[in-house]
Design a protein around this ligand. Sequence first.
Ligand SMILES: Cc1cc2nc3c(=O)[nH]c(=O)nc-3n(C[C@H](O)[C@H](O)[C@H](O)COP(=O)(O)OP(=O)(O)OC[C@H]3O[C@@H](n4cnc5c(N)ncnc54)[C@H](O)[C@@H]3O)c2cc1C
Ligand code: FES
Length: 508
Amino acid sequence: MPASSGTTVSIWMDTAHIPDRQALTTDVTTDVCIIGAGIAGLTTAYLLAKEGTKVLVLADRGVGAGETERTTAHLANALDDRYVELEKIHGIEKAALAAGSHTAAINQIETIVRSEKIDCAFERLNGYLFVPEGESNDILHRELAAAHRAGLTDVTIETRVPPNTFDMGVHLQFPDQGQFHPLLYLKGLADAVEKMGGIIHTNTHVDSVKGGETAVIKTANGHTVTAASVVVATNAPINDNATIYTRQAPYRTYVVGLKIPKKTLQKALYWDTQDPYHYVRVDDSQKNHDVLIVGGEDHKTGQANDAGLRYQRLETWARKRFPAATKVLYHWSGQVLETVDGLAMIGRKPLDTDNVYIITGDSGMGMTHGTIGGMLIRDLILGTENPWADLYDPGRKTIGDLKEFVKENANVAGEYADWLRPGKHDDVPMKTETGMVVRRGTKRIAVYCDAFGKKNELSAVCPHKGCIVHWNSGEKSWDCPCHGSRFDRYGTVVNGPSSRNLVMIEAD
Ligand SMILES: Cc1cc2nc3c(=O)[nH]c(=O)nc-3n(C[C@H](O)[C@H](O)[C@H](O)COP(=O)(O)OP(=O)(O)OC[C@H]3O[C@@H](n4cnc5c(N)ncnc54)[C@H](O)[C@@H]3O)c2cc1C
Ligand code: FES
């Protein structure tokens, strides 16, 4: 997504450039059509192409220009949702399968980096989990035991703080985690896919996906792709149905990048146990300084509009623990999809034909979940047995944490009340470069006032399932508080599940 569209710029967008590929300009037939050129789509394309499958990738923006360019790229088998919780929901055996799959994903990334010689600063390092100041360490002891039961027997509890870190107190140490530059990795993956004969078209928006004996994919510029199988790796599936969007919730998460002197902080992945938690890593690719990357302050998409305050809180949190940090060099935000049972949804799309696959529900761990997605979908398409198939099956019967399911869906139901709220009148004065939803009769209008004071009007009704979109001043976008569809200030869709834009309202 170009910075000019009003979005913030991540450190990766600032330090890498991936050339656009040509848009699709003709009808075409292939073995497997993959929609999405983020980590999930390109890993799938790479692994299938490696097996001799003819792959075609379609993406509506550039390579990596979805959530992958906004990640902080921790590669971890220390799950965000914690092994204690996972074990409660899925049992010990499945928690162990999940642990093994994330370990395998880091190994898979390392194998690809080495065999394709991708220069993306991949490295192995420790992960440290600690509790916020003044809180009990009990959670660490319980998590240690659960991680061991899940097979991660090399996780240890430590009382001495490692050199060049900060006073995090007692903490868990997860060895052999990883980090890399996500866009340089994708650049290498895309090049490797093409070297093997795969085809990638960017700037090609897909309008519809239909399974059947042959899958049919229709693009917004009027072309049709037919394929034996289709993989929808659009982060939130654009061919969504209630079996998916009722079981995952979109959250906005924030990141700041601060300048720190070189080698002030040991390179490692740091996480605390707060809810929402803070996540920290270091980028040392710049010549004269390192960048301390600190994330957190999550909230449900579209349900807060205080990005400035959240960046400020992250900065304060970071400065307290890392006093050597100086200037804020970057701030950006992105979206993660939290499933009700803490695991991604990867496999055949429920209530569809057998040749339609999805990868979604990153649960804040989309680097590894996306890679697991590629490995699992490759096996499902090629008919190879895979031990993770049931664990990640999007149609899995265990609804997971029922309380979480009810809570998230009650929250969505509450958002429809926007239709009943009185709302602002449409003659309210507006500042330039801001947006506001106003009421005109029974209609709800999303008004964006541009830099010159010109008002652009759109229907505020989300084309997915009819919630009212909210203005996001941090990214200058319209965000749907129900299932996370997002639209730029002029209404073009930038995040699914909607594949359609907001409807334009002609000026009177
Ligand atoms: C701030 C932040 C920090 C994070 N930190 C971590 C972390 O430390 N570790 C970790 O593992 N994960 C992390 N994540 C999560 C991770 O970044 C994402 O889950 C992951 O990048 C998602 O990859 P993806 O390939 O599924 O989707 P995306 O990267 O979003 O790619 C989706 C693709 O689909 C395409 N697309 C969408 N709709 C259409 C359409 N209609 N037609 C054609 N193409 C379409 C887009 O153009 C894009 O190419 C973080 C996320 C955020 C936002
Ligand atoms: S994303 Fe579902 S109604 Fe908007």
